[in-house]
Design a protein around this ligand. Structure first.
Ligand code: SAM
Length: 278
């Protein structure tokens, strides 16, 4: 696992409090990569990522989800609309909480969703409250990832599933520049650490789960950052970021670091689904 010093929960919260507007302008209501098969639009590719993870996790009508790091509610709302799930979304950002709640109401699933502004490393739920622990691109931001999984797996009923997508540290840690690239990504995207697929699989297995899917999507998602770069070049988003906050500029100028990390194998992107014993 690669860690960097100096990142605090307050800086992650502030990144999303201010950055949500930039994500929405640049990308859309889902704050995660697209998953491409061919030349689909970014929105179609984003929805495919959500739907493919939901298929891998066999999410079905009426299931109860906890969506850790729910952003603007993209996954919770889609799964409530299309699969009849109920969802409890947790985000560090009060701006996102409100945004998600308003969107869910406008999309007719306000009754089946709730959104909480809380730190996933502090929040607690009753044991066995959920069928699925869903988390798309949030665990990179957690400080004590093994402790989070230890606690959160308790919230699942027997037979429940964990469904996550993750920015991983690449597995071949001997590659030249590996550490430097991962550290740059951590600093620019406010992640205290990045861990390998093996680390994540180990934390899930240590808590009695069986990993049923562990897929590498790096090549299918990397286009996200090429599109974001083009969109930044064509619009005034960078100038707006410069006016608002230095950290937003670090993020916007970090797309090349992430692309390099994927191309060189310093990082991977993937999905993992694991099941709790019945
Ligand atoms: C990259 S965004 C992903 C958002 C959402 N999952 C989606 O796919 O649209 C990361 C999310 O993680 C949340 N997050 C980061 N650290 C968190 C923490 N400690 N507790 C709760 N949420 C956190 C952020 O507020 C943000 O909503």
């Amino acid at each position: 696992m690669i860690s960097v010093a100096g990142i605090r929960p307050a800086s992650i919260r502030s990144h999303y409090q201010l950055g949500t507007l930039f994500y929405r302008l640049l990308w859309g209501p889902h704050i995660h990569h697209g998953l491409w098969d061919a030349d689909e639009s970014p929105y179609v590719a984003q929805c495919r990522l959500t739907d493919t993870l939901a298929d891998l996790a066999r999410i079905s009508t009426g299931e109860r989800l906890v969506d850790i790091g729910c952003g603007m509610g993209g996954s919770s709302i889609r799964l409530a609309q299309l699969r009849g799930c109920s969802a409890t979304g947790v985000t560090l950002s009060p701006v996102q909480r409100r945004w998600a709640a308003v969107s869910a109401g406008l999309k007719g699933v306000g009754e089946r969703t709730e959104f909480i502004a809380a730190d996933a490393e502090q929040v607690s739920f009753q044991p066995g409250s959920f069928d699925v622990l869903w988390s798309v691109e949030c665990t990179e931001h957690l400080f004590d990832k093994p402790a989070f999984f230890r606690r959160a797996i308790e919230w699942l009923r027997p037979g429940g599933r964990v469904a996550i997508t993750v920015w991983y540290e690449g597995e071949d840690t001997s590659r030249p520049g590996h550490r430097e690239l991962c550290e740059e990504v951590c600093r620019r995207f406010v992640c205290p650490s990045l861990a390998t697929r093996a680390d994540y699989a180990g934390w899930l297995k240590d808590n009695g789960l069986t990993v049923v899917h562990d897929v590498d999507w790096t090549d299918r998602v990397a286009r996200t950052w090429e599109i974001c770069k083009r969109r930044v070049g064509r619009t005034g988003v960078r100038q707006l970021a410069r006016l608002i906050d230095r950290e937003q500029l670090d993020f916007i100028d970090g797309f090349d670091a992430l692309l390099n990390a994927y191309r060189t194998g310093a990082m991977q992107y993937g999905a993992m689904v694991a099941q709790k014993a019945s």
